[in-house]
Design a protein around this ligand. Structure first.
Ligand code: APR
Length: 313
């Protein structure tokens, strides 16, 4: 038996925490990759992480690298390459810088890691996943964007605190694009099957929906850069679902081919993630308000995809 190989493209804030979690959970050996000027930084971070694992007892290996050959044959690629938001910026403001970066990463992934399950985190998320799949030509089932799990984590936390119950018992989902018009779905939200409205009044719920939508921006404003612990934890849940064939129902940005009435772009929808990657898109019942919100969110995603398509090579 050989260990899984986890390639982390981008050794920054999220990349470092991804490595920490992947090793602690013994998901496999890790390659922490960054551009040549950051190679020493990646190597130093790898050494620090490997030394930290002596305390958890994990035997996972990690190397820092700027050589794509070290990623050859990776089972999972998690991509954070790019720049994060600064206060006042929207995710869409990052297109100009992050599109050339995702194209470069995609060309190399295609060459060196043709069998990997790719999880994209770079923003603007839905458009970056679209571009990555287009350039790699990978089977869409093997490419997913991480946003829904993170947005749902934020939604879940706020709901649990307001309901005064455990985060473990909240059943909730956030769908749509990873932007301010994402769709926190209240119609099927429960505390272990009991309608959430039995625990939280409508005004508070409305406030939670609004806070969830701006959940990333709230942290950017406080820290001066994007969140990294929750994004990393969320992507690791997706990687685990794939590597362990868990067949979990997780919201993720997947290529839509008619589901929910949309076609030809990636957006956050409920998916089953297992050993085949995105094995299925699950269509759930939404109320009219939620359908309208999803349509609005899809328009926003498509507008950014149009800009990406027009970005010269
Ligand atoms: N190949 C590999 N790594 C790259 C490339 C590239 N072509 N271009 C940039 N990087 C690296 C940067 O050198 C940096 O180390 O990506 C790393 C990004 O790390 P941070 O700046 O710390 O950003 P982080 O907070 O990890 O967020 C990364 O995820 O959530 C999104 O909006 C966020 O797009 C941003 C991304």
């Amino acid at each position: 038996m050989k260990r899984n190989k986890i390639g982390l493209i981008g050794a920054g804030n999220i990349g470092g925490e991804l490595a920490n979690l992947a090793m602690t959970k013994q998901l496999g050996d890790v390659v922490l990759f960054d551009i040549p000027v950051k190679e020493d930084f990646a190597k130093g971070k790898a050494l620090d992480l490997e030394q930290a694992q002596t305390q958890s007892g994990s035997d996972s290996n990690v190397i820092g690298s700027s050589n794509w050959e070290d990623l050859a044959g990776a089972d999972v690629l998690i991509i954070t390459a790019g720049v994060p938001r600064k206060p006042g910026q929207s995710r869409d403001d990052l297109v100009g810088i992050n599109v050339p970066i995702i194209r470069n990463v995609a060309e190399n992934a295609k060459k060196y890691c043709p069998n990997a399950f790719s999880i994209i985190i770079s923003n603007p998320l839905d458009a970056m996943v679209y571009e990555y799949q287009k350039v790699t030509g990978f089977d869409p089932a093997k490419v997913a964007g991480m946003a829904g799990v993170l947005d749902t984590a934020r939604f879940t936390l706020f709901l649990a605190r307001a309901a005064n119950c455990s985060v473990k018992d909240i059943r909730a989902m956030v769908l749509g694009g990873h932007g301010d018009d994402m769709v926190p779905v209240l119609s099927n939200c429960t505390v272990s099957g009991v309608p959430i409205t039995q625990f939280i009044d409508q005004e508070t719920l409305d406030g939670i929906v609004a806070r969830t939508r701006k959940g990333g921006g709230e942290i950017v404003k406080l820290m001066g850069t994007s969140a990294y612990y929750a994004p990393a934890a969320s992507a690791i849940s997706m990687a685990e679902a794939y590597l362990n064939d868990e067949k979990r129902l997780l919201p993720a940005a997947a290529l839509l081919k008619g589901e929910y009435g949309f076609d030809g772009f990636f957006m956050g929808v409920p998916t089953i993630i297992g050993g085949g990657g995105v094995e299925k898109i699950v269509e759930i019942e939404l109320n009219d308000d939620e359908k309208a919100m999803l349509a609005k969110s899809a328009e926003s995603v498509k507008a950014v995809v149009d800009v990406v398509n027009k970005t010269p090579a």
